[in-house]
Ligand binder design. Structure first.
Ligand SMILES: NC(=O)c1ccc[n+]([C@@H]2O[C@H](COP(=O)([O-])OP(=O)(O)OC[C@H]3O[C@@H](n4cnc5c(N)ncnc54)[C@H](O)[C@@H]3O)[C@@H](O)[C@H]2O)c1
Length: 425
């Protein structure tokens, strides 16, 4: 059978997916698009080393004409829905990096584009496929801890030292312009994937902004916290942002009616599973390092992020091919449910922490209310509904150009920030 032909849009993070495709038995990388030419040059070199025939494009409009079955979106995180719709309309299956959409109107538009075209949409929330989270997903499905009652998801990543490398000194780079609740699916997503539960209500709170850092063009040291009520009454707490700790934290705990599961908080690879037996409050505790249970050899060979990067791409390809492993894909309804919890949590936060209803956009009757709801923190997506990046932003003077110029110089010199003093010098 011919291999599935895949193109990748965005050659930064997109290189991770390219690496999965070079080694994959069922798929091949055929095209890459990025407007930043040095990144395309890196792709050219790697493709040559791998003996792959990859066509390079600088413009999306040219790239999308290429003969390919599917596109991996690894472009700016706030523009995924816009490009997903364009790809679907052009007849391509889509795998989207995080996040699925930037506002509620895009959420509706994305779902309807998937429904209209009948093509595959796969959400590459790789944190759902890490060894410990994927094992928790398997064990939850197995019924080992019973129906979920409470969960916590935590994604803490302090990007201070690499801020020049990931924002390039661009004032309007999405990492400088999105609110603290935006990047929420690494923490909330795995809990939702494991349980399959749908959110119904969300409350948002947030750590204080640090205006003195923001005035230096550094907007990372805030954490958004969502309390999400699920359809069965379970509560999931999700926290994500740049608090101080190393290594970063990727941790989850999940309680059910018959037990609980939790990862460990300082990078240990163990998973703890406690299951109640026949007697109340008595049970067994297992502590173990989970083994990969799907395509172990390939996932171990190709995997970044503990094999999880392999699975996101692999399941996308399997779904296109109509094979059983495609069932592990995170579909558009679940992706949007994960993402809009962050969007609506910010709305809750701006409204003093009042709970906000999370609609079920699988239901067409619930969509009209949000069809023109473009509120978000970047232009042009927001139109006349632009929100501040944090409350009080409008009262501060604009960040001076010199702050971004300095960040750009550090990036161009290939340096990292060594400490906070250097960020202010
Ligand atoms: N899942 C994970 O573990 C993980 C890790 C890192 C990044 N990401 C995601 O990957 C995506 C990309 O992040 P990144 O770190 O590469 O940084 P980025 O967002 O700065 O880079 C995106 C790349 O896309 C290119 N691009 C954007 N718009 C374009 C356009 N219209 N035409 C041509 N090229 C365009 C840019 O030149 C850049 O090289 C983001 O969505 C981010 O959330 C996910």
């Amino acid at each position: 059978m011919a291999k599935v032909k895949i193109g990748v849009f965005g050659a930064g993070r997109g290189c991770t997916m390219m690496n999965q495709l070079y080694g994959h038995p069922d798929a091949e990388l055929v095209a890459v698009c990025d407007k930043y030419v040095p990144s395309l040059e890196n792709v050219r070199k790697t493709a040559e080393e791998k003996g792959a025939n990859v066509t390079l494009y600088e413009r999306f409009e040219d790239f999308i004409q290429h003969d390919m079955d599917g596109v991996v979106l690894a472009n700016y995180a706030n523009e995924h829905a816009i490009y997903a719709v364009k790809c679907l309309e052009a007849g391509k299956h889509v795998m989207s990096e995080v996040l699925p959409c930037e506002n509620m109107a895009q959420a509706v538009e994305l779902i309807e584009a998937v429904e209209r075209t009948g093509l595959v949409y796969a959400y590459a929330e790789n944190y759902c496929y890490m060894d410990r989270t994927f094992e928790m997903w398997r064990r939850y499905r197995n019924g080992d801890i019973g129906e979920a009652t409470y969960g916590e998801g935590e994604y803490i990543h302090d990007c201070s030292s690499i801020w020049p490398q990931i924002t390039y000194g661009e004032r309007y780079h999405w990492r400088n312009r999105v609110h603290p609740f935006f990047y929420n699916t690494h923490s909330l997503g795995p809990l939702m994937a494991m349980t399959g539960l749908r959110p119904v209500k969300v409350t948002g709170i947030c750590t204080a902004p640090q205006p003195e850092l923001r005035m230096e063009g550094l907007s990372m040291n805030q954490a958004g916290i969502e309390m999400v009520e699920m359809e069965n009454g379970a509560i999931f707490k999700s926290i994500h942002g740049g608090l101080k700790r190393e290594p970063g934290s990727i941790n989850y705990e999940l309680y059910g009616k018959k037990g609980c599961m939790e990862t460990q908080r300082f990078g240990e690879e163990n998973l703890n599973v406690w299951m109640e037996g026949d007697k109340a409050c008595e049970g067994t505790l297992e502590t173990y390092i989970p083994e990969k249970f799907i395509e172990k050899e390939m996932a171990s060979r190709e995997g970044g992020h503990g094999g999880s990067d392999f699975y996101a791409t692999h399941f996308f390809v399997q779904k296109i091919l109509g094979r059983p492993q495609g069932e592990w894909v995170i579909d558009v309804y679940q992706a949007v449910s994960m993402g809009i919890c962050g969007i609506l949590a910010y709305r809750s936060f701006l409204n003093g922490g009042a709970p906000v209803e999370v609609p079920d956009l699988r239901d067409p009757a619930q969509r009209d209310k949000y069809r023109n709801d473009t509120a978000c923190t970047t232009q042009p997506a927001a139109g006349d509904q632009l929100l501040p990046v944090f409350p009080g932003e409008d009262e501060l003077p604009p960040v001076p150009d010199e702050a971004f110029d300095r960040i750009r110089r550090i990036w161009q010199a290939g340096q990292r920030y060594e400490n906070e003093q250097q960020m202010r010098d």
